[in-house]
Design a protein around this ligand. Structure first.
Ligand SMILES: C[C@H](O)[C@H](C)C(=O)SCCNC(=O)CCNC(=O)[C@H](O)C(C)(C)COP(=O)([O-])OP(=O)([O-])OC[C@H]1O[C@@H](n2cnc3c(N)ncnc32)[C@H](O)[C@@H]1OP(=O)([O-])[O-]
Length: 719
């Protein structure tokens, strides 16, 4: 799908046509080859411009084609044909030139970009590498260090930086295709040998080996088991050490290892899942394409603690006017300062002006009377939140959407404090709220489709990855996390150490294991939630074993640490010890180890050998099993929702796709068998009982994850 025309008398114009992003599917590749032949054989044509339809140059190879039998001319050959053309080829870059799209432009002899265009080779984010010559041409054009940065990070650069790096020859603020045609006319007839990048020598920095060694070390550390970044470095190394013809073979070789890897499948699944969750639906039939969001011009935040401040910053960065309310004067003053600092730092990083003037502060709740939407972010206490919602219901104008940032409390109970429960919806941000991408939008049984649509739309405007989920204890993320944490506690009781559990999880790919993460977020946070659930008290005066709660096994280990003031980094002691309160570097704590031994002795527990496999199976399969319950209850519409929540909110390693995708990779039958094994070994832990949806999926032959929604929709049909 490419179109050819002749413009301005002597310029051939090839237009890529594959909406929405002109991805280079087989038909487009074939179209380019045919239109190029036309342009090169058209005697009136002295030079050629390639552009994309609808103001977008090209979003790269067609990711939807991956995993299918590739047909049509390989992109590498298409680009060679363009580079070998005997007439100047000019790429007119508008919107984006990403992946194969930028590689196509690098095959051209000249590149001109619109000032708003973004360029990059983000293949590594999809578990791949630029496999149409990008790893060989870019280092030759802009040098090894700059190429390594773009290829191993996959980051996009705006046109101005692309010009500064030397990727493009010109940047224009006007009609890009017109400017490209002018450039094409100006270079008609000029020699091309010096414009064929693949023929360029690759500049070799003096300390080349040291550079690649350093880069490989850096990339391995950052990658935490992801293989694509490592292959990207190896491919660029080939460009710096081999002639182009051998380098391009090496690039192909490395791509083959990645293309079929589970990691590439996981990362491509995440690419489409991130887009799928924006197409939300609820069990009551409300949907993204039939629910219109309400108009939001003015928003308000109530409660300016850590979360309230982050939310205020994220809202102000959207350009909306924000009213920030905090009744405690001292807290209000502190918030003003903190919010301004965060806005200034963010603006500096993004090279834009800070939006300080968008925010007005007040100690008085009356100040929000004319807001279109309010986000409540006061302390996580039901009684306090109910009081605030009663005040909001009294103060706000009719039709104001009332949102709560609670991370686990019942949204519908808060809705009952107002006259318009249909306008109440949860907007669960993750700390720090102006940084973390995830937003859980929590709808209750009475929340209107418009309220969900409005919260999802606002989340998108704030640059969040928003996922619509049903109201239940802990929603999706925290509900699954509770079991992950509990299994980790049980493993300590049975003989493991925090170091062993964390090592297993970090080797799996988590940035931090469960115990280092708990020390970072503060052990007292979970303790308060457990106490709120009447779990945290270790008083055995009731004669009930300290290790039984509501008839189920319970581990008071976390509570016992908190009772001793060990809250983690903030107190300098938790599951690990730190050099001082607030210290960041965790080191093993002999006290903790002897505490575990005496705890086991006190409760008649005998430590046994526990390996990494058991740690992963216990912590991850318990969480996954709860994920199936969440799907069965309709709290999440599909596995993609759960996986996007865990990758964008709980640092689940991207190259593992997410908990549900991981279960699909491991094999549902294996997950089922292991859960049954652990349930038999631990009958006092009922949630290890495999979920019936998991059984149904296994019974129906373990269909691929993309087809689970069909089975979910047909309850109890297969068993
Ligand atoms: C050989 C070569 O070396 C290798 C191997 C490669 O080239 S690998 C490929 C490398 N390319 C990429 O990594 C770029 C991936 N795309 C993006 O980063 C973004 O899409 C975007 C371009 C910046 C636009 O963002 P957007 O926010 O405006 O819209 P959207 O919602 O994201 O996208 C709009 C719609 O287009 C679909 N889409 C986008 N890019 C696509 C692509 N490359 N292939 C197929 N579909 C694509 C997307 O799924 C969505 O579909 P639907 O949900 O509407 O059905």
């Amino acid at each position: 799908m490419a179109q050819y025309s002749r413009v301005s008398g002597t310029v051939g114009l090839i237009t890529l046509q594959n909406p929405p992003v002109n991805a280079l599917c087989a038909a487009v590749r074939q179209g380019i080859v045919e239109m190029l032949k036309k342009a090169l054989s058209d005697s009136k044509v002295k030079s050629v411009v390639i552009c994309g339809q609808n103001g977008i140059f090209c979003g790269g190879a067609d990711i939807k084609e991956f995993g299918m039998n590739m047909s049509g001319p390989p992109l590498v050959q298409v680009i060679h044909a363009i580079e070998d053309a005997n007439k100047p080829m000019v790429a007119a870059i508008e919107g984006v030139a990403l992946g194969g799209g930028l590689e196509l432009a690098l095959g051209c002899h000249y590149r001109i970009a619109h000032s708003k265009a973004r360029l990059g080779l983000p293949e590594v984010i999809l578990g791949l590498l630029p496999a149409a010559g990008g790893t060989q041409r870019l280092p030759r054009l802009i040098g090894v260090p700059a190429a390594l940065d773009l290829i191993t990070t996959g980051r996009h650069v705006i046109a101005a930086e692309a010009l500064q790096l030397g990727i493009v020859d010109q940047v224009t603020d006007h009609k890009t295709v017109d400017a490209a045609v002018k450039l094409a006319q100006s270079v008609a007839g000029k020699p091309l040998d010096a414009r064929r990048i693949s023929t360029y020598p690759c500049a070799r920095p003096s300390d080349l080996d040291a550079l690649f060694e350093g880069e490989m070390q850096k990339v391995r550390q950052r990658a935490r088991g992801a293989i694509a970044p490592v292959a990207c470095v190896q491919a660029v190394q080939a460009a710096a050490t081999l002639p182009y013809t051998q380098g391009i073979e090496r690039e192909k070789e490395l791509m083959v290892t990645l293309f079929t890897s589970g990691q590439a499948r996981a990362l491509q699944y995440l690419f489409f899942s991130q887009r799928a969750v924006s197409k939300w639906s609820t069990p009551s039939g409300a949907r993204w394409d039939t629910s219109k969001p309400g108009p939001i011009h003015k928003v308000a935040v109530i409660g300016l603690g850590t979360m309230g401040r982050g939310i205020t910053v994220a809202l102000a960065q959207t350009g909306l006017s924000v009213v920030a309310v905090e009744t405690q004067e001292k807290q209000l003053m502190g918030a003003k300062k903190a919010v301004s600092n965060m806005l200034e730092q963010g603006a500096k990083r993004r090279g834009v002006a800070p939006t300080l003037d968008k925010i007005s502060y007040s100690p008085n709740i009356q100040a929000i009377a004319d807001a279109d939407l309010v986000i409540e972010a006061v302390f996580e206490d039901m009684a306090l939140k109910k009081q605030v919602f009663q005040q909001l219901a009294a103060v706000c104008k009719p039709g104001t959407f009332l949102c709560t940032n609670t991370s686990s409390l019942d949204v519908d109970q808060l809705a009952s404090q107002t006259r318009s429960p249909e306008l109440v919806v949860g907007m669960h941000f993750f700390a720090p709220a102006h940084v973390m991408k995830l937003l859980e939008v929590v709808y209750g049984p009475r929340t209107s489709p418009q309220a969900v649509a409005t919260a999802m739309e606002l989340g998108k405007k704030m640059g969040k990855v928003s996922v619509a989920v049903g109201n239940c204890q802990g929603f999706v993320g925290n509900r699954m996390l509770k079991l992950y944490l509990e299994q980790a506690f049980f493993l300590l009781e049975e003989g493991a150490t925090p170091e062993l559990v964390d090592r297993a999880l970090e080797e799996f790919g988590f940035a931090m294991g469960v115990f280092r993460m708990s020390d970072l977020s503060g052990l007292d946070v979970g303790w308060k939630v457990r106490k709120g659930l009447m779990l945290g008290e270790t008083d055995v005066s009731s004669g009930q074993s300290a290790r039984i709660r509501q008839g189920c096994r319970y581990s008071p280990l976390g509570d016992l640490l908190c009772e001793q003031g060990r809250f983690g980094q903030k107190t300098g002691q938790g599951w690990y010890q730190y050099d001082k309160p607030g210290g960041r570097v965790a080191s093993s704590d002999p006290w903790l180890h002897s505490f575990l031994e005496s705890y086991r002795a006190k409760h008649g527990l005998v430590a046994r050998h526990i390996d990494h496999q058991e740690v992963l199976e216990r912590c991850l399969y318990a969480m996954i099993n709860e994920g199936f319950r969440i799907l069965e209850e309709g709290i999440a519409a599909g596995p993609e929702d759960i996986d996007v929540i865990y990758v964008f909110g709980y640092s689940w390693p991207r190259h593992r796709g997410g908990p549900m995708f991981y279960a699909d990779m491991v094999g549902l039958a294996k997950v089922l068998e292991r859960l049954e094994h652990y349930q038999q070994a631990h009958p006092d832990v009922p949630y290890l009982q495999p979920c019936s949806l998991l059984r149904r999926l296994v019974a129906s032959g373990s269909p691929p994850i993309q087809r689970w929604r069909e089975v979910i929709k047909k309850p109890h049909s297969q068993l």
